[in-house]
Design a protein around this ligand. Structure first.
Ligand SMILES: [Zn+2]
Ligand SMILES: [Zn+2]
Length: 300
């Protein structure tokens, strides 16, 4: 059979580790400074068995570690700390599009300037905000194809709750579901039609239909008829959908850093505004200086 592989860009590799709702909820808590199993259970609203299973997985993936001095507590490894830009870009999107979705809000403080900040997605070379329409994609030396193992993962649960607080907003629900993320990836790479997205992602039709339906409902994509035949649509990202780009970019950088093979990155991006290869640099909304894990404090 042909077409049994899909493009193995670093986003895909990153999603194999973090493309899971409970994993994203646990990582959020680690960035908020939690260390203990009981805190993860309490704060995420997830079942103990789920938390335990994901902690094991994150240790195996080298994202978390369990150092002696924490007496059974968990902390982010260097590889885990490198996910900080992903967390920042998720926070940026939540701030723009999902304020009030959850019963609590994560805020960020930039110690360098002493101000409350909202992360900005800036180009490292020209320091301008990144617009995905000004980015070109080319296959890189490490581009390969993989056979996706979708397994029998259930739809990501959106029922994680603590009391009546909904813990999962749309961005966590989306990146916690690799299928939905692959549909969004396809749209960013210029693939817009059902059959083409299906070829790009190898999803079963019913699953693809379901994800497209959900992305439409969430206002991430919109359907534009392209022929007189009923039911023929181009799926295009909305502004809300385009704002997911920095999250994908942060995942791509993380995947490139930790999973690219020796040949080099699978994908080369150019920022057309400045003609440099594109590197995301999270910047402060107050002072425009870089935000990183050492100069930034999360709070609830
Ligand atoms: Zn630039
Ligand atoms: Zn600042």
């Amino acid at each position: 059979m042909e077409h049994q592989t899909i493009r193995a860009c670093s986003i895909w590799r990153a999603l194999e580790v973090v493309g899971d709702v409970p994993v994203l909820l646990i990582l959020e808590q680690t960035f908020l400074g939690r260390h203990l199993f009981g805190e993860f259970v309490e704060e995420t609203g997830l079942a103990r068995s789920v938390v335990s299973n994901r902690l094991t997985r994150l240790i195996e993936a080298g994202v978390l570690e369990k150092p002696q001095e924490l007496r059974g507590g968990y902390r982010l490894s260097q590889k885990g700390r490198a996910l900080f830009p992903v967390a920042l870009m998720i926070l940026r999107w939540q701030h723009l599009w999902a304020a009030g979705d959850r019963a609590y809000k994560v805020t960020l403080h930039h110690r360098t300037c002493g101000q409350a900040t909202v992360p900005q997605a800036l180009c490292e070379s020209c320091r301008e905000p990144i617009d995905p329409r000004a980015v070109s994609w080319e296959p890189g030396p490490g581009l390969s194809q993989v056979t996706p193992v979708y397994g029998r993962r259930r739809m990501p649960s959106v029922t994680a709750k603590r009391g009546d607080r909904i813990m999962v907003d749309s961005v966590i629900g989306l990146f916690g579901d690799r299928w939905a993320t692959l549909v969004v990836r396809a749209c960013f790479t210029g693939i817009h039609r059902f059959d083409d997205i299906q070829r790009d992602t190898l999803m079963a039709s019913n699953i693809l239909s379901d994800r497209i339906e959900r992305l439409l409902t969430q206002g991430i994509i919109r359907a534009m008829p392209y022929s007189a035949h009923a039911g023929r649509f181009d799926y295009r990202l909305t502004e809300k959908g385009r704002d997911l780009y920095p999250v994908l970019l942060a995942l791509l950088h993380w995947g490139d850093r930790w999973y690219a093979d020796a040949k080099g990155p699978p994908l080369l991006l150019t920022h057309q505004s400045c003609n440099h290869s594109l590197v995301l640099r999270p910047g402060c909304s107050a002072c425009a200086e870089p935000l990183d894990i050492t100069n930034t404090t999360f709070a609830r």
